[in-house]
Write a protein that binds this ligand. Structure first.
Ligand code: ZN
Length: 157
């Protein structure tokens, strides 16, 4: 169901639009992300803005800022990213500080394949995605296919 009209008006009443970023002027979390209560769910404001403009957010997807401004809700400054993309952005922005441990999901495997096809070295991809070069080789050689990467590699012969 689309959001109610007055809810949308309420959302935009908290936004100060500039030529570039659209600043969230109401409550923010400690990292500077806007917070918006829609009556039943507390949203990060930039995610809500994405939903208003582009529809529902792909499952588990992160909505990221091209402008590195957490309080910005300008849809033109937002994009859908996966974990690896986010990691790369965090490194660029200098905000990556904690070890990043996660399981590889299909999106991450797809992202690593993209990096390989772009000609990035295994060392580079390893640094970006925090996976071993061995894992990257396995992905390249399709020992870890889509949907099957949560299992340890099986004996092949
Ligand atoms: Zn912005």
């Amino acid at each position: 169901m689309p959001p109610r009209k007055n809810l949308i008006a309420n959302f935009w009443s908290k936004v100060a639009k500039t030529e570039a970023c659209w600043e969230w002027t109401a409550a923010k979390d400690r990292k500077g992300y806007g917070k918006f209560w829609d009556g039943s769910f507390l949203w990060l404001a930039h995610r809500y803005s994405w939903k208003l403009h582009f529809g529902s957010i792909p499952r588990d997807a992160m909505i990221l800022h091209k402008c590195n401004n957490p309080s910005c809700v300008n849809p033109n400054h937002l994009y859908v990213g996966d974990n690896c993309t986010n990691m790369l952005d965090a490194i660029r922005a200098g905000t990556h500080s904690t070890p990043y441990i996660r399981k590889l999901d299909d999106a991450a495997v797809a992202q690593i394949r993209d990096f390989i096809s772009q000609g990035k070295s295994h060392g580079e991809i390893s640094a970006i995605c925090d996976v071993s070069t061995t894992t990257i080789s396995r992905i390249r050689n399709r020992i870890i296919p889509y949907g099957d990467n949560r299992r340890p590699p099986q004996k092949r012969f």
